[in-house]
Design a protein around this ligand. Structure first.
Ligand code: SAM
Length: 287
């Protein structure tokens, strides 16, 4: 009975046309007697089959792929991933109800882990893996920060996040949105803004727009910097992003000549430095 319920929910959404109205989606939720979406878990469920298909296609799934989806919820993305028959699909879900539903609907083709993705041991993913998720807004930034820096086996990831976070992740030097998150993430990966998603394709509707991004490993990897020193450097510099770098360096007990030796102008603000310049700065030992 529960298995049939889970299956019909997913099949119903996938059979929908270009954009399924939220009202219809809401009544679908009521019909399936699903629990009320939990705001604390960022549960805004995707209701549009076309957008779900576009997100999954961006991951470029191959038959040999091992895929891990974060927060599968009611399975909007999961069903489409399964249609592509990857070698392995692991789901990490914090909500006991939805973890159980995905287990039942997965018919043995998925492994479901009831866990908090923020506490997951991403450093164990050193073999090739692809990651996917329509991420809860409140955990997206720390989760992406951790996962991209720890999961060395990552071959590709596709995440949906709040639009502002998406813009920050992909921002470059000189842009308002460029900050510690941009430099950190771009040290490990090459993020690409794929497309934006409006609020009306979710139930319940969030107050903000969303963005879908893909990530592939950065060239060079961590050979060019030390992650712990980079984290310290970013914290020191972007905590005072309006201050000139020379001032920040002096406050840390350093000397502006150390910046000049790295060919970094002490009069610049941190938002003007490239990712590579931050790597050099992190290796200088100033912070
Ligand atoms: N993938 C579904 C979709 O696209 O409709 C659900 C996306 S919903 C935005 C976020 C999902 O992440 C929910 O299923 C929620 O329960 C789950 N979640 C929230 N916080 C989590 C965490 N810390 N670890 C794992 N899953 C989490």
């Amino acid at each position: 009975m529960k298995e049939a319920r889970g299956r019909s929910f997913t099949a119903g959404r996938r059979s929908s046309g270009p954009v399924r109205p939220t009202g219809e989606a809401r009544s679908s939720f009521a019909r399936e007697s699903a629990p009320r979406p939990k705001r604390a878990l960022g549960q805004n469920f995707l209701q549009d089959a076309n957008i779900a298909g576009k997100i999954v296609r961006a991951l470029e799934i191959q038959p040999a792929d091992s895929i891990l989806e974060i927060g599968p919820g009611a399975g909007a993305l999961t069903g489409i991933v399964l249609e592509q028959t990857p070698a392995r699909l692991v789901l990490v879900e914090k909500d006991r109800h939805w973890a159980g539903e995905r287990m039942r609907a997965g018919e043995g083709k998925v492994s479901v882990v009831l866990a908090d993705a923020l506490l997951f041991p991403w450093e164990r993913f050193h073999k090739p893996w692809k990651f996917l998720g329509n991420l809860p807004y409140n955990v997206a930034s720390p989760l992406i920060w951790n996962l991209l820096s720890l999961a060395s086996g990552l071959t590709k990831a596709v995440f949906m996040v709040q639009k502002e976070v998406g813009v920050r992740l992909a921002a470059g030097p000189g842009e308002d949105a460029y900050g510690a998150l941009s430099v950190w993430v771009q040290s490990f990966s090459r993020p690409r803004l794929e497309f934006f998603v409006p609020p009306q394709v979710f139930f319940p509707r969030p107050k903000v727009d969303s963005a879908v991004l893909s990530f592939v490993p950065a060239r060079g990897g961590i050979e060019t910097f030390s992650p712990s020193a980079l984290a310290r450097t970013l914290h020191a510099c972007f905590q005072k992003r309006r201050k000139q770098l020379g001032t920040t360096v002096r406050a840390a007990g350093g000397d502006t000549r150390q910046l000049e030796a790295l060919d970094i102008d002490p009069g610049l603000r941190p938002g003007a430095l490239t990712v590579e310049a931050f790597h050099l700065l992190s290796l200088s030992g100033i912070f």
